[in-house]
Design a protein around this ligand. Sequence first.
Ligand SMILES: [Zn+2]
Ligand SMILES: [Zn+2]
Length: 340
Amino acid sequence: MKAAVQECAQAPLVLQDVPVPGVGPREVRVRVRACGVCHTDLHLGEGLFKTFGYDPFPLVPGHEIAGVVDEVGSDVTHVRCGDPVVVYWWHSCGRCRCCLAGEEESCLEGLSRMNATGLTRHGGYAEFVSVPAESLVPLPAEIEFAEAAPFSCAGLTVYAGLRNAGLRPGQRAAILGIGGLGHFGLQIARAMGAEVIALTSSEAKREIARRLGAHHVLPAAGREFGKQLRELGGADVVVSTTMDFQAIRDVLDGLRPQGTLVLASLTAGRLPIDPRTMILAQQRVMGTFLGSRSQLGELLKLAVLHGIRPVLEKYPLERVNEVQQRLRQNKVQFRAVLEP
Ligand SMILES: [Zn+2]
Ligand SMILES: [Zn+2]
């Protein structure tokens, strides 16, 4: 089969002809119909995970996978060949207190012994991928494969952030940064019943932000996100999807009393937090990582009910290096998927 292989860090992907993966007794092979290209794939290629003690290369990257069940292991009874599926790519132990609570993304073993399709096991930049059987989530017929793939990382990350922040209908949700995650955030927050505010400094994204569900787009001018958000009346939940740390610092000023800032993008820096302000306003700053398998199922249902879909660029597998370069240069509108 065709696969794009990352042979080592800091090197372009190489298209290779490799054996079709086999299936263990509790595994399923999926014919990949679409695989999203995520910023994490760039971090992987840059060798970031070496700093966590992992050297997974050579590896087939790709964790936003949608496809069709192609073969099932001897112990697998809950899916059949031909079933359309999305892969929940973060593989947890199933035994720790987080897993038992249905919060696999916080699996104590998973975080210490990273086991993830596309990061430490071969992923979806290929025609086929084998994954643990319990990682499959049924794909509703209403959603196409290419549209489905980005839900498993970009979509899920913002959905879980909004859910875990406790967003309620009628509240205000602001999405900082309108890209791969943020453009999902506008649609999802709207579907969850919020008044939605897009925070973007890009003139070009104002119109599409409104089309995707934003009731307001800020800033009107300049880059004073926090000040303008406060003048509009503030937000109960702000989800940051930007790599612009200054913007994240700034947006804290726009949080309402009892509001929550949700950090969803892997950016570095130190936030200025004054305990007195936080105490009096009872505010929270929280991180969010991925989301759970059941939340992925919920999100796909929400997508069917409310017409939530990513805005896509589609490419054949052969153009993977060009696609990653577009992502690196912030040119992708708004999620790129490979169709192997
Ligand atoms: Zn991702
Ligand atoms: Zn666990």
